[in-house]
Write a protein that binds this ligand. Structure first.
Ligand code: SF4
Length: 305
């Protein structure tokens, strides 16, 4: 019977190559990608199609959000809890592996590639926390690590695995050419949490409200944001954002828009006094309402939800 591997496809080049290295050994590879509130599986879908392998897509929005709000191992440059996120993905991958009879889980990790999540120490930590010791193969750097159970059993030929380390992309790029990879994935992770600006918003929000809710965080994904007094003020840039923002309004929020001119929707989420935020929201709504700013008949529609 063929060896079966479940390979985490991030949509990046490394996981694509990891899957390819295993496919070239004749291993039956299935891709696994997670999707959530902060990124999509689109890139991984393209990679799986390129490799002609099946892809499992698992929505872990809620579980992921929980660690974004309270990461055990902290954030990267943005609000990206990458270590916790890797642990979570691997725990879920382990469950699938056991339930569906895969021989091992594989990832495209390379020792030293990313300072936050791929140092030798972090790689070990993640494996331990996910309880995948011996069952987690990293084909691109396996020769620098202890052999896994699959290698010891001869299910995988260790000699055909690689020994890449460090931040240089040279070997991966060469491998991609040698392997005939036609479509190179974008180096961008596509995860909004890695964006420094978004990270700043999350940090500011958490200062204002210790136990920020999932909805609070989602409010940061759309529109323009200001922290005014004890409030978070969100203003839509366009109609689509206004509609999205409206779906996130919660009891206690105040919404302000123009009653008689097209313009933005402003939402105030109060964590204390909201006097300044209301004034600021009214000012912005008036300024940005088409043709409304100069008009004497300009009126506001203010709702206390
Ligand atoms: S970049 Fe985003 S999706 Fe990727 S590991 Fe970090 S938190 Fe998770």
């Amino acid at each position: 019977m063929k060896t079966k591997a479940l390979v985490l496809l991030s949509g990046g080049l490394d996981s694509l190559l990891a899957a390819k290295v295993l496919l070239d050994q004749g291993i039956d590879v299935t891709g696994l990608v997670f999707c959530g509130l902060f990124f999509t599986p689109d890139q991984a879908k393209k990679m799986a199609a390129q490799l002609e392998i099946n892809l499992k897509i698992v929505d872990f929005s809620q579980e992921h959000l929980n660690i974004v709000l309270k990461p055990k191992y902290g954030y990267g440059k943005g609000a990206n809890p990458c270590i916790d996120c890797h642990i979570l993905m691997l725990k879920m991958a382990k469950e699938i592996m056991q339930k569906e009879g895969y021989d091992f889980v594989a990832t495209g990790e390379v020792i030293g590639q990313r300072p936050m999540s791929q140092s030798a120490k972090k790689i070990k930590l993640v494996e331990q926390e996910a309880d995948l010791k011996g069952c987690l193969l990293r084909p691109l750097c396996a020769k620098n690590l202890e052999p896994t159970i699959a290698e010891n059993k001869g299910l995988v030929d260790r000699e055909k695995l690689l020994d890449i380390t460090g931040r240089s992309r040279k070997r991966q790029n060469q491998l991609a050419i040698d392997s005939g990879i036609k479509e190179m994935p974008s180096p961008n992770s596509g995860c909004i949490l890695t964006e420094v600006k978004f990270g700043e918003l999350v940090r500011k929000l958490k200062k204002m409200k210790k136990k920020a809710s999932a909805n609070d965080i989602l409010m940061l994904k759309t529109g323009r944001h200001e922290f005014v007094g004890d409030c978070l003020l969100i203003i839509s840039h366009n109609q689509a954002e206004g509609q999205e923002l409206a779906t996130l309004i919660q009891p206690g929020d105040i919404s302000i828009e123009s009653l008689n001119y097209p313009g933005p929707l402003a939402v105030i989420r109060s964590f204390g006094d909201n006097t300044q935020a209301i004034l600021r929201a009214k000012e912005i709504v008036k300024q940005r309402s088409k043709k409304g700013a100069e008009k004497q008949d300009f009126e506001y529609k203010i709702l206390n939800h």
